[in-house]
Design a protein around this ligand. Structure first.
Ligand SMILES: Nc1nc2c([nH]c(=O)n2[C@H]2C[C@H](O)[C@@H](COP(=O)(O)OP(=O)(O)OP(=O)(O)O)O2)c(=O)[nH]1
Ligand SMILES: [Mg+2]
Length: 130
């Protein structure tokens, strides 16, 4: 049976712009843009995991987050349970701590980018709001 990993990912929005990271080439789904985040560790809540990941990957402190969408997707090599959180406030200046590209995009730009296959429903939901 496929291994399931639980992941917390952030939809970081400020003034209609969205902050994305590019997954490093050697990673699963490498070279694609992502909503920043990562694996939820044992004993962590989604919120705690996301706060930790944003600190580790972008050096920012999320100060406000709420549930946006949850989904499960089967990749050939693993199953991911994705928890997308809407982050409307954070402290600090975002930088790619792990050497990844980090960039702000308008929603129109974002919707043209390559994302991991699992992201289709969350992108559809994003498209339908506002
Ligand atoms: N962060 C993030 N991961 C996503 C998205 N869509 C998607 O399918 N994923 C998948 C790719 C990976 O298989 C998994 C995230 O795991 P990861 O390996 O990047 O986790 P991590 O940041 O904790 O990194 P590490 O423990 O391997 O160092 O979720 C997304 O929008 N954002
Ligand atoms: Mg990550």
């Amino acid at each position: 049976m496929n291994k399931t990993i639980r992941v917390a990912a952030a939809i970081i929005e400020r003034d209609g712009q969205f902050l994305l990271s590019k997954r490093l080439d050697h990673l699963h789904q490498g070279g694609k843009w992502e909503f920043p985040g990562g694996k939820i560790e044992a004993g962590e809540t989604v919120e705690q995991a996301l706060t930790r990941e944003l600190q580790e990957e972008l050096n920012i402190t999320a100060t406000s987050q709420s549930q946006f969408e949850q989904l499960t997707f089967d990749y050939p090599e693993k199953t991911v349970e994705l928890h997308f959180q809407w982050v409307s406030e954070f402290k600090g200046e975002a930088e790619g701590v792990e050497g990844q590209e980090v960039k702000w995009f308008s929603k129109t730009e974002l919707l043209q980018l390559p994302f991991p296959d699992a992201n289709v429903p969350v992108l559809e939901k994003l498209k339908s709001i506002e």
